[in-house]
Design a protein around this ligand. Structure first.
Ligand code: NAD
Length: 517
């Protein structure tokens, strides 16, 4: 695909038919069949705002059968030794590597990510497969000392059951892979309900996993794809055969899902909205900070859960830093994400743009001043596409609009005097996903990372809030939902822990010195 990155007010875009052909070809190369072109699931491209294809949603009976097949496959898969389960994930990683370009094309067409971020998202899938393959030989339990002579106390980890994955539009493939690669080596089948906005990437991933399963002799029902909206997600949420519901999306969605899963004593892993902030202290390297801030705030058009939304800057350096940021924003090429040089692609939809406009109006009503951006760029050939200039807004205080997540590129700037004040502002929002501090003062950095510092699941020093590596556990606190997935020991959520006490003595001493019989 070719195009031109421009910063003027009229942007050239690829035409819809070209995107359709590219999507069809990418799917074909991944081995995916495009279902009949009719149905309720509308595959749109935010690049033009036009409809690529319409697809049939999965019906209630098919959802039931898919979960049934996964539950059946579990009975076999849980007995396969974990390193052999790893062979399936190894093959999946090979296929993802082979089809990296095709998958990245689909991510750009469907989610609007610029080329390098789309390739990065697929790389993340490949990385988590490598991680999971290694993990398949490291599902360790602990051995504890027993208080009784001749006894051994230990814990073992076993496959949990069917994992239901519900994912959001903005990471259409990476979030699936974080869950699926780990779940599969842990011995769990996966039933996936992707965002209704990104069905094509899901079809491609599903086809590649089906091929990996066939190549390695894995059972057929191990992976099932459900297409459709919230009603399909709800079926997964309510089904008692689904042991773990791993749901990624808005706080609103999490508040609906969590009580329903809890009501049937299922397990939930929630990855919900963020409202991420960076603190910039007087000792910070300002040029490095600007790069980190602009990537986190404007990258992916502000549509990452970890996007930087609040900048908390010391008042002595605020003017200087803001001037540099505004200057950098002025250089950001907005436009066709396939075009070389474009750094900011489209918003996902018109309603995302409505939310952005509303937030900017609310911020101004609260005394905020828009320093740059916020305007929509005209695209003559595609009036339904939404391309906006990322906005920077200086706020007099952390008002309600700053405390809510608006899924669009708006960076609110607040100032502080003492580090305590900065941390209080930082933590003074309902969400708790990602955070960072830019400083060259080690004490400030350690305080920010300490028990009374950032209250987020991710806390960084001298890098932005977005762009996590797969090796760490990913997730956040408070309204972000408390889930952890991807690296470190996040695998434990996908397994069942059993505590085992073995008596190898000739007597039967009871714990706590109890006497009986
Ligand atoms: P969304 O909440 O609208 O939808 C997410 C998914 O949930 C979709 O598949 C949707 O069909 C499904 N869904 C919605 N309501 C449901 C219900 N009641 N029961 C079952 N399923 C339901 O989110 P979105 O607009 O696709 O994505 C953006 C949001 O996701 C942002 O808030 C962003 O911060 C968040 N997000 C969080 C993470 C994270 O790891 N913390 C990652 C990506 C996105």
């Amino acid at each position: 695909m070719t195009g031109h990155a421009v910063t003027s007010n009229d942007i050239p875009l690829p035409d819809l038919e070209a995107l359709r052909s590219l999507a069809r070809e990418s799917l074909r190369r991944c081995g995916a069949e495009l279902p009949a072109d009719a149905g309720d699931v509308v595959a749109r491209s935010p690049l033009t705002g036009g409809t690529l294809f319409t697809l049939p949603a999965t019906g209630p009976a098919e959802v039931d059968a898919a979960i049934g097949a996964a539950a059946e496959a579990f009975l076999q898969w849980r007995t396969v030794p974990a390193p052999r389960r790893g062979a399936l994930v190894k093959r999946l990683g090979e296929l993802l590597t082979e089809h990296k370009e095709h998958l990245a094309d689909l991510v750009t067409v469907e989610a609007g990510k610029i080329r390098s971020e789309a390739l990065g998202e697929v790389q993340e899938m490949i990385d988590i497969c490598e991680f999971a393959v290694g993990l398949s030989r490291q599902l360790y339990g602990r051995t504890m000392v027993s208080e009784r002579p001749g006894h051994r106390l230990s814990e073992s980890w076993h496959p949990l059951g069917v994992v239901g994955v519900i994912s959001a539009f903005n990471f259409p493939v990476a979030v699936w892979s974080w869950n699926t690669a780990i779940a599969l080596v842990c011995g769990d089948p996966v039933v996936w309900k992707p965002s209704e906005l990104t069905p094509l990437t899901a079809l491609a991933c599903d086809a590649l996993l089906a091929r990996a399963a066939a190549d390695t002799g894995a059972p057929a029902g191990l992976h099932r794809l459900l297409l459709g909206g919230r009603d399909i997600g709800e079926r997964l949420v309510d089904d008692e055969r689904v042991a773990l519901v791993s749901a990624t999306g808005s706080v609103r969605m999490g508040k609906e899902v969590a009580p329903r899963v809890a009501a049937r004593f299922g397990r939930c892993l929630l990855e919900l909205g963020g409202n991420n902030a960076a603190v910039v202290t007087p000792s910070a390297d300002l040029d490095l900070s600007v790069r980190g801030i602009v990537f986190s705030a404007a990258g992916t058009a502000g549509q990452r859960c970890t996007s930087l939304r609040r900048l908390i800057v010391h008042e002595d350096i605020a003017d200087r830093l803001v001037e540099k940021i505004v200057h950098a924003y002025g250089q950001l090429p907005v436009g066709d994400p396939f075009a070389d040089g474009t750094l900011v692609g489209p918003l996902i939809s018109g309603s995302a743009h409505d939310a952005m406009r509303q937030a900017l109006a609310d911020a101004e009503a609260d005394g905020g001043k828009v320093l740059t951006g916020g305007e929509r760029l005209a695209a003559e050939s595609a009036p339904d596409a939404v391309y906006v200039r990322p906005a920077v807004v200086r706020m007099p205080a952390q008002t309600d609009v700053v405390r809510r997540e608006t899924f669009a590129p708006i960076l609110y700037v607040l100032t502080y005097r003492t580090l305590e004040e900065a941390v209080a502002l930082h933590n003074g929002v309902p969400q708790g996903l990602s955070s960072s501090i830019f400083t060259q003062d080690q004490r400030e950095a350690e305080r920010f990372l300490g028990a009374d510092g950032s209250d987020c699941g991710i806390a960084n020093v001298n890098i932005g809030t977005s762009g996590a590596e797969i090796g760490g556990a990913f997730g956040g606190e408070k309204e972000t939902g408390g889930g952890r997935e991807s690296g470190s020991d996040a695998w434990r959520t996908y397994m069942r822990r059993a505590t085992n006490t073995v008596n190898y003595s000739d007597s039967l001493p009871l714990a706590q010195g109890v006497n009986f019989l």
